[in-house]
Design a protein around this ligand. Sequence first.
Ligand SMILES: Cc1cc2nc3c(=O)[nH]c(=O)nc-3n(C[C@H](O)[C@H](O)[C@H](O)COP(=O)(O)OP(=O)(O)OC[C@H]3O[C@@H](n4cnc5c(N)ncnc54)[C@H](O)[C@@H]3O)c2cc1C
Length: 390
Amino acid sequence: MTDATKYDVVIVGGGLMGASAAFFLATRHNASVALLERGRVGAQASGVNFGNVRRQGRPFIQLPLAHHARDIWGRLPALIGEDCEFLPTGHLKIAFDEESLAALEAYNAEARHWSLSLTLVGVNRLRAEYPFLGSGALGASFSPEDGHANPRLVAPAFGRAARRAGAHILEQCEVIGATRQGEGFIIETADGRILRAPILINSAGAWSNRFAAGFGESVPMEARGPQMGVTESLPYFVSPVLGTGDSSFYMRQVKRGSVVFGGGAHVAVDLSDPRPRPRPTHLLTQLRSLTRFLPSMAGVQVVRTWSGVEGYLPDKLPALGWSAKVPGLLHAFGFSGHGFQLGPGVGSVLADLAATGDTKVPIEPFSIQRFAGNGPAKTSPAAPSSGGAR
Ligand SMILES: Cc1cc2nc3c(=O)[nH]c(=O)nc-3n(C[C@H](O)[C@H](O)[C@H](O)COP(=O)(O)OP(=O)(O)OC[C@H]3O[C@@H](n4cnc5c(N)ncnc54)[C@H](O)[C@@H]3O)c2cc1C
């Protein structure tokens, strides 16, 4: 116990959610912020994901938040001084059977009511524009303003920009305890610091349930690892991100030529190991999908495979917003394999909630209260209470 420091907001976890929240708190609200990250900013799920900045295919109730995030993706250079290799190349979801085609058409029709413009691509146009696709493709849906980015770059770039704006970004700084006492929180770290703040943001990724449980809000979250792979560099041949209608397989080509791919079964994860090992059997399944998609890739070399740790909630929606039990506590976790696109929007929403008590983006469906069946969610830090995580 060597230090006692007061902040407006303390953030636990420096993934994309925590780093972008720190950035928007420091720049938009001039708040004093400490972000505490056990390892390096953006080294977990936020730094090892596939890089899909995709809105099509999301549950419709997630689209307002996804649109808010997409607006920020398009303004990264102005906001944080780097584009993080975000390219709005478009995203093509391809159907290989009649059932998937019907599902794409139904999604397409409803998406219009949620301000997402998609285009159906018939089989003839699909073959003409994407001649390298396997012959089983029946049709597709194209989302012109989706795209991809380099996940390794994004959270660290937000962290650096937050630090430039005055946020305290503390790496190699593990939080070992957080309790609510009096008017705020007391946060303890493994290296002996004690921090105090009226607002605490729980954005510890797949490890967030530990903090939620400590405050009496445990959720049925499972940790799993999607498996990714990347090929040798090939001549550049495809710009949009491609995927199957059911997301069982997806791929993108980076400008340097490598094809990044993912999809299929997840790797089981032990939360004590932040680097789950990819499975060779999953790779074989993915390679069968890859050659079905792109028969010309049958002889390609795979140069690396990897996985990461992600928290999945049963309804595949995140827990985002105020705690239903503890005033001043904000949760942002359980992004269930699709939080990268949402990340900058989540940070923006968290910052507004923490600084003003409210957000213009509708996030009610993501309330943690849906797992508890307890009293109404608080919308601002008010009465003192107790409880905590250790
Ligand atoms: C392999 C893979 C592929 C994916 N592909 C995509 C995709 O293409 N598109 C998409 O939209 N989403 C994708 N996702 C999901 C997306 O990456 C995540 O939803 C998102 O990055 C979650 O961000 P986060 O900040 O909540 O979590 P994280 O990035 O995991 O950050 C949480 C941080 O909290 C820190 N932490 C934990 N405990 C403590 C503690 N006690 N003290 C201090 N710090 C702590 C961790 O070290 C970690 O850095 C993928 C995920 C994976 C794993």
